[in-house]
Design a protein around this ligand. Sequence first.
Ligand code: ZN
Ligand code: ZN
Length: 372
Amino acid sequence: MINSISSLAAISDGHGRFVIENTEVRDPVGSEVRVRMAAAGVCHTDHQSLAWEGPLVLGHEGAGWIESIGPQVSGFNIGQPVLLNWAIPCGHCSPCQHTQGHLCDRTQGLSKESPSVDSPHTVWNKQDIRRSFNLGTFSEYTLVRAEALTPLPSPLSMTEACILGCAVMTGVGSVINSAHVQAGDSVVVLGCGGVGLSVVQGARIAGAKTIIALDKRAESLERASHMGATHTWQIADDDHNFENTVKHVRTLTNERGVDHAFEATGRHHLAFAPLKFIRHGGNALQLSGAHGEVSASMLDFWWDKRYLTPLYGGCHPSRDFPKLLRWIEEGQLDVASMVTRHYSLPQLQDALNDMLAGNNIKGVIVFDKDAP
Ligand SMILES: [Zn+2]
Ligand SMILES: [Zn+2]
């Protein structure tokens, strides 16, 4: 008989609301692992997911300790600290075989073994419920496939490591894996929240010579300077079409425009804005996951520009997370300064409100007061 463990979790109702109540998370079978969560990052996608079909255990960034393992799991030990990764590679499909684990056919629902086939194993109100991105990190315990886990070095703080699995990977990965920023390149970052500041750091690590941070908030620009921006520009409220901002970027780049511009505002109508800042043949990248209809002037595409919509910074976990962890250890990647406030799980609404008000770079839910 398979037993389960009681776990306090945030469960959305699918209509914009959520409750914090007990669930039952069953013992792992096959290649599953049950993780005791230490900390979970709060992301704009969590707010959006309140409107997804419910009930749903919320949360898709997190780190914790392995609590129990299924009989087919190898290479992991009980008590081991691990990072959870929401784009879970199957390891076998064509994208996974070509270091594009973030586009795994299983994650994208293309293979027969789609995520929805995952056996239901979280019970709330006597019904089996799903978990956000098959993780559901806003829960004291979660049950995941072993492929979702990356081992973490013990000295690393869990409350800092937990943000690697979304904002940091998206920002740094888009610089390194998608734009392929090279030493000496010039970069514009539009929007300096958690993803934008990760772009700034990625560009600094890649050796970009000019890193121009653009935001409406002076506080965000100050943070960008600390993270490695060489220039900052506060966008005026009335600079609707970025005319003055574009002029300023041109004066900084001999009137050419930059090599790469990244949009990380979370505002869908700005999806094409990065095209305005790049030189002929440059890269414009939209990191907000914009959807819906957005119009643009074709003049913004002149000439030979590349427009990219990278998913999750092109994350291939076995290649990228060890790299990020090494950069943290070497002091090149600063995640500590990006976590600006801790919350308990019952304070999730405060965490979401602070995020929407732009008060945090990253807010983090901490499950265990004693978590490092
Ligand atoms: Zn996220
Ligand atoms: Zn795959």
